[in-house]
Design a protein around this ligand. Structure first.
Ligand code: TXA
Ligand code: MG
Length: 343
């Protein structure tokens, strides 16, 4: 099992030293946990790709303590990147900018751009500052999950994902629950117009208000694995359904589940509508379970990945999710659910 660290000053020193030595440290951030390695060391970065099972041409985000550290990786900081950094750093926004040719090639997966983010989680900041004191000015960190799986929002999730790694291979810093719960918004600032590659917790209106303009992702946009169709997938088959469709689905399937082999729950309903609204006057059929999705978009994002993990752990084969509202505050959650459904 990996080494679990509580985040005391001595733990942070241990974690910083491990990063400096080129080994892996999982760090808590406000979005999700990251699987970190020093970004200036191609051998250390290769350990991240190997541990995740991620193809080495999928670029990683480099985490920095401040704008000065970002400038060590950026060939230039276009005005759009500056605006986002000023407005939202430290925070859940990643900027893609032109990369300095001599740094971070492995972290960038060979792209001539680099993704940079200054996380807001106090423990991440403390770690990045201590690492900087040891000469490590950037930590390449994808979400700390195996490739294609659900991102971790708790240290226990990371321990689960990388249980096969030993104490000497990975240290996991426990910073509690990730406050945001879904990954950062990614804005490509390397072209003429800033482009939203991945929606996050900040709505596109909020981003656009700072940028003045914000284009959609298009075919020419650089590869982003978080934007692959099938991603963030639980083991169970996930389906997005409208409220009426959910109601008739439960009706149709209701009594059939009783005869399914085994005794575990087979189907999970994950909905903002309470059971009483989905099944007026009736009880939930046997072998079905219900998990409430918060009514508030920020809370729903916070709970999403932990809930999907728990439903997987309960052994259900199907997760029927009530489609979230079509408003922009829900865009990040809708995006993750749509990708999970495509897997
Ligand atoms: O919130 C987050 O962003 C978390 C935490 C740990 O910071 N990190 C994260 O990393 O979600 P990851 O690797 O799971 O997703 C990063 C996304 C990937 O889709 C990657 O392809 C894209 O960022 N990306 C990174 N650098 C890029 C670049 N130079 N050009 C285009 N996409 C890039
Ligand atoms: Mg990821």
């Amino acid at each position: 099992m990996p080494l679990l660290l509580a985040g005391t000053p001595a733990d942070l020193d241990t974690a910083a030293r491990r990063l400096a030595d080129g080994s892996l440290v999982a760090l808590p951030t406000e979005t999700v946990y990251g699987l970190g390695a020093r970004a200036d060391d191609d051998v250390a970065v290769a350990r991240v790709f190997a541990a995740k099972g991620r193809p080495s041409d999928h670029p990683l985000i480099v985490h920095v303590a401040d704008v000065a550290a970002a400038e060590r990786y950026a060939a230039s900081l276009p005005p759009a990147a500056r605006k986002l950094m000023d407005a939202f750093w430290p925070g859940p926004v990643t900027v893609i900018v032109p990369r300095r040719a001599d740094v971070g090639a492995a972290a960038a997966g060979g792209q001539d751009t680099i993704g940079l983010r200054c996380p807001g989680h106090p423990m991440a900041r403390a770690l990045l500052e201590r690492a900087a004191a040891l000469g490590v000015h950037g930590v390449a960190a994808p979400s700390a999950n195996r490739f294609g799986r659900i991102s971790p929002t708790r240290a226990a999730h990371v321990m689960e994902e990388f249980a096969a790694l030993g104490e000497d291979e990975l240290a996991v810093l426990d910073g509690g629950d990730s406050a945001v719960g879904i990954e950062s918004a990614i804005v490509d600032c390397s072209g003429a117009t800033p482009r939203l590659l991945r929606p996050g917790s900040l709505s596109r209106e909020t981003l656009r208000a700072v940028l003045g303009e914000l284009a959609e992702r298009d075919e020419a946009s650089p590869r982003a694995s978080g934007t692959l169709e099938a991603h963030y997938a639980p083991r169970a088959k996930l389906r997005l359904m409208g409220t009426a469709e959910l109601r008739s689905g439960i009706e149709l399937l209701g009594s059939d589940l009783k005869s399914a082999p085994g005794s575990q729950p087979v189907l999970a309903l994950y909905s903002r509508s309470p059971v009483a609204a989905l099944l007026p006057g009736k009880r939930l059929p046997e072998r079905m379970l219900h998990r409430p999705m918060p009514d508030d978009a920020a809370r729903a994002a916070h709970d999403l990945f932990a809930d999907l993990r728990e439903l997987d752990a309960a052994g259900v084969r199907l997760i029927w999710v009530e489609t979230p509202p079509d408003t922009s505050d829900w865009e990040g959650v809708r995006d993750r659910l749509t990708r999970a459904a495509a897997a």
